[in-house]
Design a binder for this molecule. Structure first.
Ligand code: APR
Length: 320
């Protein structure tokens, strides 16, 4: 069987890390694409030279030509401008919307059968715009946010309870912004729900509330620390987990920014919900029962995403 082809649109911090992880895991041959000449080629050469040392077989090439993504099985999009200190995700909207237009057309013309994972922020609006510009079916275009946000929530909970992060399961739903919804009722340590752990005296409601707040601001905390650029190790790791779920038909149940039309009372927008990812892309959106607080928080988050979509449509009237 021929190797799979992974195209990474954007060869910046996340793009380079994605390429390294994909090569180490031998997910397939890798094309790094960027508008800046030299950068994808340079990173591809550098990463190729890891091959003999790490012992992986993957052909890694860099390109500034969309023709080179032809036939890609998976495309992960990080093209755009990253958030700078003091800049909200929403400030990025105008710049990255134009980038999504170019990327969407590049995908439509060269790799229309790919499974596309968008990481560019503001995520819920960018994945929606990318789907519109590319014209691919909704089940083949998805946004990466919930895996990362859940990873952050799980890490903080593992520290709080002093347990292995492997035993912590969390769900973060809603938009990938300050209104995201870490769902405490479905967050567990080895199956024990966090509310029960509070009753057992392992933590307090106040401490869990503070962790929820820290999770919501998780991206901003790293932006402020780095001083320049935004998080990239965990975002890339999250994108690769979603790509693997598709490539290996794993049927993983992961929180993703998926197109929701009907479930959760939503009509046709991208937002973070639990999804099953397998060989058919987003195979199912799983509607879980939420308590009143989570429901209310999800609505606030959905409203924030809707506002972003209105802003996108105002910037580019072809998006309707
Ligand atoms: N087509 C392809 N690549 C582009 C385009 C475009 N039209 N415009 C910009 N790029 C490239 C830049 O040249 C740069 O190499 O996208 C890359 C972005 O890389 P970084 O600035 O290092 O950003 P990164 O940290 O990788 O984050 C990318 O993901 O999490 C989000 O908020 C983050 O939107 C940002 C994106």
């Amino acid at each position: 069987m021929a190797r799979k082809k992974i195209a990474l649109i954007g060869a910046g911090n996340i793009g380079g890390t994605l390429a390294h992880l994909a090569a180490q895991k031998e997910l397939g041959d890798i094309v790094l694409f960027d508008v800046v000449e030299g950068v994808p080629q340079g990173k591809a050469l550098d990463l190729s030279q890891c091959g003999p040392i790490e012992g992986f077989d993957a052909k890694i090439t860099g390109s500034n030509d969309y023709k080179d993504i032809a036939g890609a099985d998976v495309i992960i999009v990080t093209a755009g401008v990253a958030r700078k200190p003091g800049m909200s995700r929403d400030d990025l909207l105008g710049i990255n919307l134009e980038v999504m237009k170019a990327v969407g057309e590049g995908i439509k013309n060269n790799a229309p059968n790919a499974f596309v994972i968008c990481i560019t922020n503001p995520l819920d609006a960018m994945v929606w715009a990318l789907r519109e510009f590319s014209g691919l079916p909704h089940n083949r275009v998805v946004g990466m946010a919930g895996v990362l946000d859940s990873g952050r929530f799980s890490h903080f909970l593992a520290e709080e309870f002093n347990v292995s992060a492997r035993d912590v399961t969390t769900f973060v739903l809603g938009g990938h912004g300050d209104t995201m919804v870490p769902v405490v009722q479905y967050s567990t340590v080895a199956g024990i729900p966090v509310p029960d752990l509070i009753k057992m005296g392992k933590s307090t409601q106040e401490r869990i509330d503070a962790i929820v707040k820290r999770t919501r601001g998780g991206g901003g905390e790293i932006v402020a620390l780095l001083g320049t650029g935004s998080a990239y190790y965990a975002p890339a790791t999250s994108g690769i987990a979603m790509a693997e779920a598709y490539l290996f038909d794993q049927k993983r149940l992961l929180p993703c920014a998926a197109y929701v039309d009907g479930k959760y009372g939503l009509d046709g927008l991208y937002v973070g919900v639990p999804c099953i990812i397998g060989a058919d892309g987003i195979e199912e959106i799983v509607e879980i029962a939420l308590d009143d607080e989570a429901k209310g928080n999800l609505q606030v988050s959905v409203d924030a995403v809707k506002e972003l979509l209105v802003a996108c449509k105002n910037i580019d009237p072809t998006l309707q």
